[in-house]
Design a protein around this ligand. Structure first.
Ligand code: PGA
Length: 264
């Protein structure tokens, strides 16, 4: 078994159902199923059902929510629950994306609660961590990453990690056109593995890189053995560009053997 590469598209607040249908039609015409990769899509909540339906025949594709509440129901105006998004076809959810943390004030504690709730419901959480520019310039990158991961770790049993996926997304690289160098990204991925290892967690789950990934830099990032896939915003919105990025990235390297525990 080879480790599949993961190409995750975070559409943020773009593409309602009609646009999603158009995207899917075009993308399916350009992209064929390949066993050595997984394609994950995180559309707006209102487009989850449309996307799940459009890709129903593609077992390499999974659809996820961008955000969920930790409670299954209740008086949380504007909230959306895990059972709701699962009902319309989501099998994954982003948790703690930097825009949720920094624009909506989501805390480490809330990120941990959402991660736990997703796992309890049988969903795969894709937990995002990353430092801001000020934190990086202040030499606090390691401290921030360890703190963010630690908050999640404290609420999980070591065995729960078999079903988690992480993304390292430096905040200064998101939507800025400035990606972390493959060396920098690989180094942080290594730090995450070491930190979890020190705390009794065996890392047999994927760690993705995100932040200004595009067709030009995807191959150099994915040639690093520490980087198991990419989480892509801007460059995933156009079906032609996304198909090209996926193809370019897929050619980057032959994956070492050994499967992930968390990727179907
Ligand atoms: P970007 O966004 O690819 O547009 O930088 C990445 C993300 O926010 O997940």
């Amino acid at each position: 078994m080879t480790r599949p590469l993961i190409f995750a598209a975070n559409w943020k607040m773009h593409h309602g159902p009609a646009e999603t249908r158009r995207f899917a039609e075009r993308f399916l015409a350009l992209n064929a199923l390949a066993e050595n990769r997984r394609l994950w899509f995180f559309p707006a909540a209102v487009s989850i059902a449309t996307l799940a339906e459009a890709f129903r025949a593609r077992r390499d594709v999974a659809v996820g929510a961008q955000n969920v509440h930790w409670e299954p129901k209740g008086a949380y105006t504007g909230g959306i629950s895990i059972p709701m998004v699962m009902e319309v076809g989501a099998r994954l959810t982003l948790v703690g994306h930097s825009e949720r943390r920094h624009l909506f004030g989501e805390t480490d504690e809330q990120v941990a609660r959402k991660t736990r709730a997703a796992l309890a419901a049988g969903m795969t959480p894709l937990v995002c961590v990353g430092e801001t520019l000020a934190e990086r310039d202040g030499g606090r990158t390691e401290q921030v990453i360890v703190r963010q991961i630690g908050a999640v770790r404290q609420t999980l049993d070591p065995g729960d990690w078999a079903r988690v996926v992480l993304a390292y997304e430096p905040v200064w690289a998101i939507g800025t056109g400035k990606n972390a160098t493959p060396d920098d990204a690989a180094q942080i991925h290594e730090l995450i593995r070491m930190d979890l290892g020190r705390n009794g967690v065996t890392v047999r789950f994927p760690i993705l890189y995100g932040g200004s990934v595009n067709t030009g830099n995807v191959a150099s990032l994915l040639t690093r053995p520490q980087i198991d896939g990419v989480l892509v915003g801007g460059a995933s919105l156009d079906p032609d560009k996304w198909a090209e990025l996926v193809e370019t990235g897929s050619r980057a390297k032959v994956r070492p053997s050994g499967g992930f525990t968390s990727v179907e």
